[in-house]
Design a protein around this ligand. Structure first.
Ligand code: ZN
Length: 499
């Protein structure tokens, strides 16, 4: 069990170096993690992703079929089914692919009637591993290794767990159960599922100091009632003039990410913004096309004159038809974009241009980087501001114990990305019962709590203490222009990453 920033890679590297005559296979959760590992592990360790393991054996045969199964393809194959039905087929197959099962079963069909459709929790990483299912079904045996090192084991799909845990060699699973953010249908995470002979805890974080560790522990304590074996911050660094001035804003949803980015771009003329996953991940062109469709209303003649490029949006013909589908499906990705369009009815055109013009290609040159908590996982940043949209279920009347663990874990992932300073809104401070007076003026935090290596500050004292952080203080004053008033889409039970 390795908590955030506790040096699990370093620990594994030292372990493999201590056994130079043994052969290790390090199974990384994505390509970036594999490349990072290759730089650090000694020669007796081979670093692979599940994707690359499967590709070597079976993937090359399906090179021409690597693209995601499209809804249009399903509709061509099954000509009698409509769009929503085809989507159910697609999701059923996705669920089967992630499962440990040999055949498609009724359980793989999404349970829409409960309004708790989880299928959109799948990460894009896993979407790539389509042929991994073929590989897993062949019950492959890995040879030539004495040890398997399985990283981020809490997020293994049931299919991946089934394959990895069936191997005969010694298996070392590494992960953090509190960072599990992809719950798979019918599966518990591999870290808890497996009966281990030994469990070791890494609890000292070298990423941040005791103050940020205290925030992260407060999240675990307040939300999950976890008090023992959690984080201790041991990094000694405090803020200084030379430290990076880049701010990272972490949001729960793409909808909030859009609004936050819009407000920052609007507030500051010469600001440069970056997005983890690139500006492309915002799908601005699709948002723009939905906006055009909405302005045409149900006037089909008018729609025909619009220059709508997005094939999916074109398919629906009118905005009401698109909206009905998105709600009925429900399609969180589309609902999120519809929500953006409805919120920014008047000036969406302008905002899309603004975001495109201020987005930089290389994130290191950005003043502010935006990321959802899902995308921020595994990354670390100097200065983090956590947006207010976490645990939104509480706003709509749910109790804490009714929230999914994934939701709570996402806030933990967000706060534990910060290395030097962390800004939390009062809402989050209240949620995690982190009532701390400002170390300077001794007043209780108002509006925003700023946590740094020197303690807990209110917004104005932080400003006077760390003037060089002023450039990060892109205040929300301009936010009123783009302020989300209320939720126009209605019930938000389907609040996944894409929403
Ligand atoms: Zn103060």
């Amino acid at each position: 069990m390795a908590f955030a920033g506790t040096g699990k890679t370093t620990t594994l590297v030292l372990y493999t170096k201590a056994k130079p005559d043994k052969h290790f296979l390090y199974v990384a959760y994505n390509k970036a993690a594999q490349e990072h590992a290759e730089l650090h592990f000694p020669d007796n360790v081979e670093c692979k992703t599940l994707h690359s393991l499967a590709y070597e054996k079976v993937g090359s045969r399906y090179k021409h079929k690597l693209k995601q199964l499209k809804i249009r393809t399903i509709m061509k194959t099954l000509p009698d089914v409509g769009y929503p039905h085809a989507r159910t087929v697609q999701e059923t197959l996705e669920n089967f692919i992630s499962s440990a099962d040999d055949v498609v079963k009724v359980e793989h069909v999404p349970e829409r009637k409960y309004g708790k459709d989880r299928s959109h929790s799948y990460s894009h990483e896993y979407k790539l591993v389509r042929y991994f299912k073929i590989y897993q079904l062949q019950s492959p045996v890995l040879t030539g290794f004495d040890y398997l090192l399985i990283d981020e084991a809490q997020d293994c799909t049931p299919a991946a767990s089934a394959f990895l845990l069936s191997q005969k060699c010694t298996k070392i699973l590494v992960g953090d159960p509190h960072q599990q953010i992809y719950s798979f249908r019918g599966a518990r995470n591999a870290l808890q599922e497996v009966e281990s002979s030994n469990t070791f805890y890494l609890t000292e974080s070298f990423r941040f100091g005791p103050e940020i560790a205290h925030v992260a522990s407060s999240v675990l304590k307040a939300l999950k009632d976890i008090q023992e074996k959690t984080l201790e911050g041991v990094a000694g660094e405090v803020l200084d003039e030379k430290c990076s001035k880049q701010l990272n804003v972490i949001t729960r949803t793409n909808y909030t990410l859009f609004n936050e980015a819009a407000s920052v771009c609007h507030a500051k003329e010469d600001v440069k913004v970056g997005f983890i996953g690139g500006v492309k991940s915002l799908g601005l062109d699709r948002v723009h096309d939905i906006w055009k469709l909405r302005r045409a209303g149900s006037d089909t003649a008018k729609v025909k004159t619009l220059d709508i490029k997005d094939k999916l949006i074109k398919h629906f013909g009118t905005f009401p038809a698109l909206e009905k589908y998105a709600r009925d499906a429900p399609d969180p990705e589309l609902l999120s974009k519809i929500k953006i369009v409805e919120m920014h009815e008047e000036n969406l055109d302008e905002i899309v241009q603004l975001l495109k013009s201020k987005a930089v290609r290389k994130n290191h040159s950005a003043d502010v980087i935006f990321s959802t908590a899902h995308k921020a996982k595994g990354l670390e940043f100097d200065h983090v501001r956590v947006a207010e949209d976490f645990l939104s279920g509480l706003d709509s009347g749910l109790y804490l114990d009714e929230l999914e663990d994934d939701e709570k874990n996402l806030l933990y992932v967000a706060v534990s990305r910060a290395k030097k300073s962390l800004r939390l809104s009062q809402k989050i401070v209240n949620l995690i019962h982190l009532q701390k007076p400002c170390v300077k003026c001794k007043s209780q935090v108002v509006e925003e709590l700023i946590v740094s290596g020197e303690g807990f500050f209110c917004r104005s004292c932080a400003r006077s203490n760390f003037p060089y952080l002023e450039s990060l203080a892109l205040e929300q004053s301009a936010f009123c222009t783009f302020s989300p008033k209320l939720n126009p889409v209605g019930a938000t039970r389907v609040d996944f990453e894409d929403f």
